[in-house]
Design a protein around this ligand. Sequence first.
Ligand code: AP5
Ligand code: ZN
Length: 215
Amino acid sequence: MRAILLGPPGAGKGTQAETIVKEFSIPHISTGDIFRQNIKEGTVLGKKAKEYMDQGLLVPDELTVELVKDRLLKDDCENGFLLDGFPRTIFQADALESALESMNQKLDYVINIIVKKELLVERAVGRRICKDCGQTFHISFNKPSKEGICDNCGGELLQRKDDAEETVTKRINVYQEQTEPLIDYYTKKGIIVNIDGEKPIAEVGKEIVAKMRNK
Ligand code: AP5
Ligand code: ZN
């Protein structure tokens, strides 16, 4: 299974990725997570990416594409992968297509999670992430049992710097301008699967898995 999760900030890509990768035993490749890990480790890539991420802008294509190409060459991607947050521009989508072609591979699905703008802002602003294990929660929609504490590992829950309301709005605008054209791009290729992302988390997950199993 080779699939992409497409959708605006806060649509639920990371949340649903957890279910999909378990169900199909494939690696979860999130460019956002890779950049955040690099920022945490203070790498050169992390320093460059941070300048853009803090402003709600996309990291330049030339930094992003090479990173993903290298990741797809790793052994664990042999039988498939789930890309989350990549591609985000037509340039990235074309680069992915050529990279897969050179490996004699092709995409099975592009899961497009649809959620209206007002809800996206509420979801992103209320998101909290465990600083130790990375588990995601929401202050209203996916509450931890104890406020501010991770159910998984007891770690502290923090807000992402780019989840401040102003930056979230900027990220949504950037998505509309630079990433939304990919819906048309993949619809023309006949591999898009549209999913109503406004339903509860478990229902959205079931719908995605059912549609992916149906091919
Ligand atoms: P990235 O980390 O990819 O962020 P994003 O695309 O903006 O997506 P989010 O992580 O905000 O949202 P999500 O859809 O995963 O939602 P989640 O499941 O957490 O990218 C961050 C930055 O990195 C970018 O701005 C850019 O700078 C850079 N970057 C990354 N990739 C790049 C690329 N390819 N090119 C260039 N730059 C790149 O859910 C959100 C909240 O809602 C959670 O609290 C969750 O609990 C809750 N929730 C989820 N589903 C539901 C539901 N069904 N009902 C109720 N609540 C729900
Ligand atoms: Zn944790």
